[in-house]
Design a protein around this ligand. Structure first.
Ligand SMILES: [Zn+2]
Length: 56
Protein backbone atom coordinates (compact mmCIF):
# COMPACT_ATOMS: atom_id res chain seq x y z
CA UNK A 1 0.00 0.00 0.00
CA UNK A 2 1.31 3.42 -0.94
CA UNK A 3 0.43 6.88 0.20
CA UNK A 4 -1.64 8.87 -2.23
CA UNK A 5 0.01 12.00 -3.52
CA UNK A 6 -1.98 14.67 -5.31
CA UNK A 7 -5.75 14.41 -5.48
CA UNK A 8 -6.02 15.63 -9.05
CA UNK A 9 -3.82 16.01 -12.09
CA UNK A 10 -2.13 12.67 -11.56
CA UNK A 11 0.26 12.15 -14.41
CA UNK A 12 -0.30 8.91 -16.28
CA UNK A 13 -3.49 7.96 -14.48
CA UNK A 14 -5.74 5.59 -16.43
CA UNK A 15 -8.90 7.12 -15.09
CA UNK A 16 -11.22 6.60 -12.20
CA UNK A 17 -12.40 3.41 -10.64
CA UNK A 18 -16.09 2.81 -11.48
CA UNK A 19 -16.52 1.06 -8.15
CA UNK A 20 -15.16 3.59 -5.67
CA UNK A 21 -14.23 6.63 -7.77
CA UNK A 22 -10.56 6.63 -6.86
CA UNK A 23 -7.91 7.57 -9.40
CA UNK A 24 -6.31 4.47 -10.85
CA UNK A 25 -2.63 4.98 -11.74
CA UNK A 26 -1.08 3.58 -14.90
CA UNK A 27 1.14 1.43 -12.73
CA UNK A 28 -1.94 -0.53 -11.62
CA UNK A 29 -2.76 -1.78 -15.13
CA UNK A 30 -3.06 -5.54 -15.58
CA UNK A 31 -4.11 -5.93 -19.21
CA UNK A 32 -4.40 -3.49 -22.07
CA UNK A 33 -6.62 -4.21 -25.06
CA UNK A 34 -8.81 -2.54 -27.64
CA UNK A 35 -12.56 -2.51 -27.75
CA UNK A 36 -15.16 -0.69 -29.81
CA UNK A 37 -14.32 2.56 -28.06
CA UNK A 38 -10.60 2.24 -28.66
CA UNK A 39 -7.95 1.46 -26.11
CA UNK A 40 -9.07 0.09 -22.80
CA UNK A 41 -7.45 -1.62 -19.87
CA UNK A 42 -8.14 -3.67 -16.84
CA UNK A 43 -6.44 -2.48 -13.70
CA UNK A 44 -6.36 -3.35 -10.04
CA UNK A 45 -7.82 -0.43 -8.16
CA UNK A 46 -5.41 0.50 -5.35
CA UNK A 47 -8.24 1.86 -3.26
CA UNK A 48 -10.87 -0.92 -3.25
CA UNK A 49 -8.60 -3.73 -4.48
CA UNK A 50 -10.98 -4.67 -7.28
CA UNK A 51 -10.14 -5.41 -10.91
CA UNK A 52 -11.91 -2.69 -12.86
CA UNK A 53 -12.02 -0.89 -16.18
CA UNK A 54 -10.98 2.66 -15.27
CA UNK A 55 -12.93 5.47 -16.87
CA UNK A 56 -11.49 8.86 -17.56
ZN1 LIG B 1 -11.83 1.24 -6.61
Amino acid sequence: MTDADGADGTDGALGRCPECGADVPATAVLIEYEDDDGEAAYAACPSCDTVVKPRS
